[in-house]
Design a protein around this ligand. Sequence first.
Ligand code: MV4
Length: 458
Amino acid sequence: MLEADEAHLIGPAPAAESYLRGDVLIEVARRSGAEAIHPGYGFLSERAEFARAVESAGLVFVGPSPETIAAMGDKAEARRRMAEAGVPIVPGSSDAVADGAAARRAAEALGFPVLLKAAAGGGGKGMRVARDPDEVERAFEAAEREARGAFGDGRIYLERFVERPRHIEIQVFGDAHGNVVHLGERECSVQRRHQKLIEEAPSPVLSAQEREAMGSAAVRAAAAVEYRGAGTVEFLYRDGEFYFLEMNTRLQVEHPVTELVTGLDLVDLQLRVASGEPLGFTQKDVCLKGHAIECRITSENPYGGFLPSTGTISHLEIPGGPGVRWDGGIQRGHEVTLHYDPLLAKLIVYGADRSQAIARMARALDELLVVGVDTSAPYLRTVMDEPDFARGDLSIQYVADHAALLERAPSDRELAAIALAGALLEEEHREHHRTPRIAGSDHNGMSPWRASGWPWRK
Ligand code: MV4
């Protein structure tokens, strides 16, 4: 609203009465003379019926066709189509299993552990791990109930359970002329309960050959559904093997890291492609340079189970400097409520290599100041110093595996108390030793100006 030329009220704060009212959105688009609707990355962005309604109203939907969205929305159907297109999938049942006994037979044929998944699902709903035949039958009942409740569709299929994988996804782009390219990968392993916390590009593990193999598999996946616009093909990766997970038929929250390493503006490209322009470049024109990291700044208390935090932003200091980008939706005075997703902003950094990017992120997180709500920032800051993260030793279990980082760091007041105690101790020490402090001396060897180790003081 602050940067928009026009604003039209859709409805009150609850999403069901505003952001999810496709009919009202289309009516407002008509009334305002808009020619296209960009669906963003939440709410209606992956609803085939909405894309169809936009097209029926004579407007352009900035995204793939309703048929493509529907094909990828059904996870079992997507799996079948991907296997046909030669995209590696996790070994599993190709169809939904009818009951607990059928699930048991399928699991015994596959080998344990297995993962039961909802065909209509996504986002982990209706998923259950089973490590033996009896557990499969129990897990089937629970998964079916949960899937029916969440999606109104209780169909369940099985896959081999891949333990401690990485989540690596490929950005793809297609145009209306049959061209499809990939823009490299993003590593999104640092997540909690299916919410990503940190994303980066490139992945710290992929070799150039692996990137090429995964990238061309993603291009085959997209081409198989005549993909148009921005899309993401998600893979599980472990020990050099990768498996198709699902395809997201929208622009994703973490797209900035891809923009920074490719030099492309993905939203600009979406609009060009939606207006019928060809991509204008080919795969060999895409080159990756440097390293980018994104931290999601959310209004959640990392030291209280990531419980959402609400309040008014009374003070805000946004980091800056070379290689620092802030994609934020907050300002001083804004009220943070429970109506929407807790994402306040994305802090993104670019560096020549991964270690420079980490150092810049650490410095930027130190500069960031959000007063009024708790945020994920202090937790993210500790991750930047954590040795496994620094080595790029990641998996989707990273947050759970480093539970010590979820213990509260000392507050500013506590740090002040610690500093005061230190100063008092030092004072006491001085009283005993009485070394005179003379202006212009080296401050008893404590001056940073006299520190050793700087290369220009050799
Ligand atoms: C898996 C898996 C392990 N093995 N499939 C989670 C949600 C949905 N996108 C698929 N998911 C998974 N599928 C097999 N065969 C582990 C997950 C998974 C996961 C995947 C990506 C990112 C975060 C995750 C967190 C928990 C589980």
